[in-house]
Design a protein around this ligand. Structure first.
Ligand SMILES: *Cc1c(COP(=O)(O)O)cnc(C)c1O
Length: 455
């Protein structure tokens, strides 16, 4: 299998190269050259456990990694999950299921992608013998998931920027209490957007990037989307056969990475026709899928902070298919959108998608309602997925985080906080962070001093 960019699809590169690059040099995102039809394999895959399914799935995509090696990487990636099913399904009512995606080390679904991406980075270091310096900005969940995915790999240094005093205390503890010498949480004076701008600035210095072998960790890496495809197929198999005709996956959505993975499995033959985008008050996608207007707004902080996003970077991958795999058209649309902050689609084929929107009030009400009706506790992100019922569908709600990560919202809604032993254990460890009154130059010096590469 070869990979191509959404913006110029003539150059084809192998899987490991697309993973190492992350973003394509033309600013586009990588996609498989053609999506395989997996429908013929589904009967044999039904009885596989999570890791076995993941290996069989990736055999179609990671074709330049020997199968034995692939199997080793997959087993290592998911060994740290605290549930033997990895993504267990819980039934709440006759036709409502929850797929729990929070059994990884940082208690959010991002672990599925970043644990595997970490192993893929490890494989790259093993093959090239070159250390990698990973740089990323986070407003919370991604930073923690990236750190836990990569921190034990020999040859990795991790520099994670976050706005000082603006991430939740628990999220900060997850990043700063690892006890690992190769993890550098950089608490900067500035916003998340500042952090992202400085990182872009550092990456645009190609000489610096090459000398220190810098790599970016963010939601655009193709391997992350593919890793997320696996649990949709796995969840499908866990719905009893008589209930599979009219499944709808409901997905708390920010950057459109999680739900895109689900939709891609349906394009590859998984017989699921309905996907629901659940947004919080940052509702660019809700507006798009209802009106055809793709229009930026300001980010407004909510109780579901990992969905506080306006530009959904993975939307570009859907767009590529929407315009009939026409990369020139994608270039034109993205250019208009980046220049003016909006794009109007004349005809917008919503395909399998519907969308809902939940503000903070709805989130708090939903947590309470779900607790009293089903005796089940959801986190504020997952709460957005419980909008109106459609009795004709079997709903599978993707639960993206464990409620113990969001104490304040849980207390505000149901008057009690959930705990989790993983988070409790962090309290006894000393936090280590590096405060930088920053600009890009200070960050550059910090990386040079801690990169393990002679300057
Ligand atoms: C990242 C995140 C989301 C949003 O996922 P996308 O792939 O960006 O759409 C939702 N919930 C939680 C808990 C997250 O960490």
């Amino acid at each position: 299998m070869q990979y191509k960019s959404t913006r110029h699809d003539s150059e084809k590169i192998p899987f490991t190269e697309a993973v190492a690059r992350g973003l394509a040099p033309d600013g586009g995102l990588y996609l498989p050259d053609s999506l395989p039809d997996l429908s013929g394999y589904l009967p044999e895959w039904e009885s596989l456990d999570y890791e076995e399914l993941c290996i069989e799935f990736f055999k179609h995509f990671a074709t330049d990694i020997p199968t034995e090696k692939l199997a080793e990487l997959v087993h290592k990636a998911y060994a740290g999950f605290d549930h033997e099913d990895r993504a267990p399904l819980v039934q709440l009512a006759q036709d409502i299921w929850v797929c729990e995606l929070f059994h990884g080390p940082t208690l959010a679904f991002k672990d599925f992608a970043l644990q595997l991406l970490g192993q893929l980075y490890g494989y790259q270091i093993e093959r090239t013998g070159k250390p990698i310096n990973v740089l990323g900005a986070t407003s919370g969940d991604t930073g923690a998931a990236a750190i836990y995915g990569l921190m034990d790999l020999p040859g990795i240094n991790l520099f994670i920027l976050y706005p000082n005093n603006r991430v939740s205390p628990l999220q900060e503890r997850q990043m700063t209490c690892t006890g690992r010498a190769n993890v550098y949480p950089l608490a900067i004076e500035g916003s998340f957007d500042d952090a992202q701008r400085w990182i872009k600035q550092l990456f645009s210095d190609l000489e610096f990037k090459a000398q220190y072998n810098l790599s970016a960790i963010n939601s655009i890496n193709l391997a992350r989307v593919l890793a997320q495809c696996v649990y949709y197929i796995y969840a499908y198999f866990r719905i009893p056969e008589g209930h599979r005709e009219n499944i709808q996956f409901v997905v708390p959505t920010g950057n459109f990475g999680n739900i895109l993975a689900g939709w891609m499995t349906s394009k590859m033959g998984l017989p699921v026709k309905h996907f629901k985008i659940a947004t919080n008050q940052n509702d660019i996608l809700w507006r798009l899928f209802n009106t055809g207007e793709y229009k930026l707004d300001r980010v407004s902080p909510s109780l579901a902070p990992s969905m506080d996003i306006q530009v959904a970077s993975n939307f570009e991958r859907f767009l590529y298919y929407l315009v009939g795999e026409d990369s020139a058209k994608v270039r034109e649309i993205m250019k208009t959108f980046l220049q003016s902050g909006e794009y109007s689609f004349e005809s917008f084929d919503r395909d399998a998608f519907s969308a809902s929107r939940s503000d903070d009030e709805i989130i708090l009400n939903n947590i309470k309602h779900i607790k009293s009706q089903y005796g089940y506790t959801v986190d504020p992100h997952t709460a957005t997925a419980f909008t109106e019922d459609d009795p004709t569908k079997t709903r599978v709600i993707m639960a993206t985080a464990h409620p113990a990560k969001f104490l304040q919202a849980m207390e505000a809604s149901i008057g009690e906080a959930t705990t989790h032993p993983v988070l409790e254990a962090l309290k006894s460890r000393d936090p280590v962070k590096y405060e930088l009154t920053s600009d890009a130059e200070l960050i550059r010096h910090f990386i040079v001093d801690h990169s393990g590469i002679a300057s």
